[in-house]
Design a protein around this ligand. Structure first.
Ligand code: NAD
Ligand code: DAU
Length: 352
């Protein structure tokens, strides 16, 4: 078994589905609190798979995590569970401190106690993989080189500060206790099952629902985009072959300005599902107030994971974004399930 946390969310859910596609894959215990971002419908394809055990609960619950480790004896933990949306962290940072910092601390402590009791052969094999973000490195200007693993941490939002704090805890547990950790810092993911508070799915759904496509500030902020399936394959590589205590940057070599991402989505929709009036979806673009402290540019140098572990992404941005738009057109039932009352409340609060 492996223990996955946050496996009903966007990336964790894709990871669980990808992992269990392999007929001989080990089973997964999937611990998820099912916050607004967690959705069991994402896991429909493995609903009847006996290798998947879903547990509703909090990574901060010491008794529960201890019991799960004892009961299932996982040979690895992959920690996806987090509060992940920058804008929500600006409105309310407390949950971010609680889950991302205190929750990760609890998971580390439960896992360390479990690991200490394993026999030598199991102890050697055990891994704690912490899934983190490029945002911990702060913001780049246009001509700065991409982030490497040696960049100092300079987080700017409550979200990135809480992820940076969790990365530091993970690092310290390796250096102090010899606890076998791996950390990956990844750029912006996109793909199926992405909650529509984030730029790409929000724009696809707003376009289809004849709503404005909100672009913060001047739309010139740059992100590096990685198809979620490629992030999942990178995590599998690092988990299998990564060097203990190391961090690995994961990225797509796909730097794009936000306005260009939105225009690309509009032109794909223009082809796949033209507007009734024949005009482009780009007509719906609307520039809105900027995000406070908005990071200008992220760029990832992923040469370490490529060189040391042989990983590289399969999708280009062009291929990945077309697949993604098509997925949202093909999955109205999943979409209906996530755009609940609490989702509408969030849109009202953020974009009023
Ligand atoms: P998400 O918000 O879609 O999903 C998070 C999941 O964690 C949800 O299912 C939620 O219910 C669960 N969760 C939240 N608090 C929990 C708790 N206390 N205990 C148990 N479960 C809890 O997030 P995501 O986009 O899938 O991101 C997953 C991880 O990857 C996060 O750690 C995030 O920081 C990191 N990351 C995300 C991106 C990205 O572009 N989305 C990029 C790099 C890194
Ligand atoms: O870089 C990795 C990070 O990517 C992850 O760690 C985070 O969990 C994930 O949410 C993502 O953070 P971003 O803030 O970059 O993603 P988001 O989709 O919220 O925004 C992408 C860019 O688009 C960002 O520059 C803000 C802008 N934006 C976003 C929204 C929601 C808009 O212009 N309008 C919007 O309505």
């Amino acid at each position: 078994m492996i223990l996955v946390t946050g496996g009903a969310g966007f990336i964790g859910g894709n990871f669980v589905l990808d992992w269990l596609k392999e007929p001989k894959a080990e089973g997964i215990v999937n611990l998820d609190k099912l916050t607004y971002a967690g959705n069991l419908a994402t896991l429909d394809l493995v609903r009847n798979d006996p290798r998947h055990v879903f547990v509703l609960g909090d990574i901060g619950d010491h008794a529960l995590v201890t019991r799960l480790l004892k009961q299932h004896q996982p040979r690895a933990i992959v920690n996806f569970a987090a509060e992940s949306h920058v804008d929500r962290s600006i409105h309310g940072p407390a949950e971010f401190v609680q889950t991302n910092i205190v929750g990760t601390f609890n998971l580390l402590e439960c896992a360390r106690a479990y690991w200490n009791e394993l026999d030598e052969s199991k102890k050697t094999v055990f891994r704690f993989h912490h899934v983190s973000t490029d945002e911990v490195y702060g913001s780049l200007s246009a001509n700065d080189p991409a982030f490497t693993e040696a960049n100092p941490y300079e987080p700017n939002s409550p979200y990135s500060a809480s992820k940076a704090a969790s990365d530091h805890l993970v690092r310290a547990w390796f250096h102090t206790y010899g606890f076998p950790v791996l950390t990956t810092n990844c750029s912006n993911n996109y793909g199926p099952y992405h909650f529509p508070e984030k730029l790409i799915p929000l724009v696809i759904l707003n376009a289809l629902n004849s709503k404005p496509l909100p672009i913060y500030g001047n739309g010139q902020q740059v992100r590096d985009w990685l198809y979620v399936g490629d992030h999942c394959s990178a995590i599998r590589e690092v988990l299998a072959k990564g060097k203990l205590g190391e961090t690995y940057n994961i990225g797509g070599w796909n730097e794009k300005a936000n306005i260009d991402v939105v225009k690309t989505i509009c032109s794909i929709l223009d082809q796949l599902k033209p507007r009734a009036d024949g005009k482009s979806y780009a007509k719906q673009i609307s520039f809105v107030t900027d995000r406070p402290g908005h990071d200008r540019r992220y760029a990832i140098d992923a040469n370490k994971v490529k060189r040391d572990l042989g990983w590289k992404p399969k999708e280009t941005f062009d291929s990945g974004i077309k697949k993604t738009v098509q997925w949202y057109l093909d999955n109205p039932i999943w979409i209906e399930g996530v755009v609940s009352g609490s989702y509408r409340d969030w849109l009202q609060k953020q974009y009023r």
